[in-house]
Design a protein around this ligand. Structure first.
Ligand code: CTP
Ligand code: CA
Length: 225
């Protein structure tokens, strides 16, 4: 069935996709994470494969099955995800699609032993995490870079700012809340690139992923490559 959706527009292109949440250890039994299901990222990886790309999916912890026809690397923390991405970039990557909901902060010093309950308030010092997408976009040579943005307000302006501050070719923004976004089967996306934008109306994540891949292929081909 998936063959019938094949456009072949990414034939011969090497794509790295990150997906899912990350987990940042607090102690041996606890972590900080987020509501990402990984569904959008896995759908993007599948759509890229359908379009003829050779795909490596780097995934944080999810309950989803490994998609067929691609390599998959499972990681837990943002630091592990960064290492896995760098390893892939070192071999070869034409297109980097960062759908993962990577942590922004991690506990500064994870406890070696389980933290015991006490009756006083507890504060947990947090340290910023490397921005994987921005670090890839700053590399030289670098792949064509696509980011995602989950926003609860000012979608267009936030997406434009994020695209420029991260130095990436395309941002796919989605409004979270109201049954859309994290963990939902449907989504809607606002695509923002230099000199253009496009709304992808509410649809299943796999249909949206195919439309997104179409737009990426168009911009990638137009980029002189
Ligand atoms: N991202 C990343 N590494 C991080 C944080 C985010 O690679 N440590 C990537 C995400 O995969 C996504 C993009 O950056 O493609 C935007 O993520 P988002 O959380 O929306 O933006 P932030 O820059 O983290 O800003 P904020 O959370 O404050 O909106
Ligand atoms: Ca973030």
């Amino acid at each position: 069935l998936s063959e019938s959706f094949s456009t072949g527009r990414l034939a011969g292109i090497r794509v790295v996709v990150t997906a899912g949440p990350t987990r940042e250890a607090i102690d041996p039994v606890r972590y900080l994470s987020n509501r990402s299901s990984g569904k959008m990222g896995y759908a993007v990886a599948e759509a890229a494969r359908e379009a003829g790309a050779s795909v490596v999916l780097i995934s944080g912890p999810t309950t989803l099955d490994a998609p067929a026809g691609m390599d998959m690397v499972r990681v837990e923390s943002a630091a592990e995800m960064l290492d896995a991405v760098q390893a892939q970039l070192a071999s070869a990557c034409d297109l980097f699609i960062s759908t993962a909901a990577v942590a922004d902060y991690r506990p500064a010093t994870p406890a070696i032993h389980k933290i015991k309950r006490q009756m006083e308030a507890l504060s947990l010092p947090l340290q910023p995490v490397t921005d994987i997408l921005a670090s890839v976009a700053q590399g030289n040579p670098r792949p064509f870079c696509v980011g995602f943005a989950a926003e609860t307000e000012n979608l267009l302006v936030s997406a434009q700012k994020k695209r420029i501050s991260k130095g990436v070719e395309l941002i796919a923004a989605n409004q979270v809340g109201g049954g859309l976004g994290f963990d939902a089967d449907d989504n809607e996306l606002l695509l923002v690139w230099e000199g253009g934008s496009k709304t992808l109306e509410r649809a299943s994540k796999i249909r949206l992923a195919r439309q997104l891949v179409e737009q990426i292929a168009e911009l990638y081909a137009g980029g002189g490559t």
